[in-house]
Design a protein around this ligand. Structure first.
Ligand code: SF4
Ligand code: SF4
Length: 189
């Protein structure tokens, strides 16, 4: 299929922002596809990871920001580990999510940003994830009340699902969240 790229769609300034946020130079990628071959989620993505980098190389950042790819990426770093050119793809995905939020671009995977927000608010409160609350709040917030509830008894009896939160990591989490707030404040000045 023939694609025509128009000058008005090119955003070199935004490519530079992605590179600054990720610390990566997208030109280092030579499109071998090893990242995509190892990505456990590639089959569900609109466009596979190597093609996201290709879009950036071409300056088509807006195209990349609209994809579900950046939201489905689980930051597992398989791609980063496999890359023969040492491109940190996971960091690039993270930078793209950051940019999408800054530019107010809504995720095509509506539940992913919601899941992330609930997850972080729980970690902030207890210092660790509390799965029971996470599942309850996520299912309620997405009106999918009975999602995965049949798995709960098995997980509970295997000791994987606790009835009460564990506060053991609260001190560390508090200092991490405080550092984040400080970084945010310093960027505003
Ligand atoms: S593995 Fe590295 S060089 Fe190969 S396509 Fe992916 S990012 Fe590019
Ligand atoms: S970090 Fe994201 S893009 Fe890379 S392999 Fe994992 S899920 Fe795929």
């Amino acid at each position: 299929m023939k694609h025509v790229i128009e000058q008005k769609h090119l955003r070199p300034d935004e490519v530079q922002t992605v590179e600054e946020l990720s610390g990566e130079d997208v030109k280092n990628c030579y499109q071998c596809g090893k990242c995509t071959a190892g990505c456990p989620i590639a089959a569900d993505m609109d466009v596979p990871p190597n093609q996201v980098i290709r879009l950036l190389q071409l300056g088509l950042v807006d195209e990349a920001l609209k994809l579900n790819t950046i939201w489905l990426c689980a930051s597992c770093e398989t791609c980063t580990t496999r890359c023969p050119r040492e491109v940190d793809m996971a960091a690039v995905m993270d930078a793209l999510r950051n940019l999408a939020i800054r530019e107010g671009i809504r995720s095509p995977e509506r539940t992913v940003p919601f899941f992330n927000r609930v997850f972080l608010s729980i970690v902030k409160r207890y210092g660790r994830v509390f799965e029971m609350e996470l599942i309850g709040r996520f299912n309620t917030g997405t009106f999918n009340f009975f999602k995965d509830v049949t798995k709960a008894p098995k997980l509970f009896f295997k000791g994987r699902l606790k009835m009460w939160p564990n506060f053991s990591g609260r001190k560390t989490a508090n200092s991490v969240f405080k550092d984040l707030e400080r970084v945010k404040d310093s960027k505003k000045k």
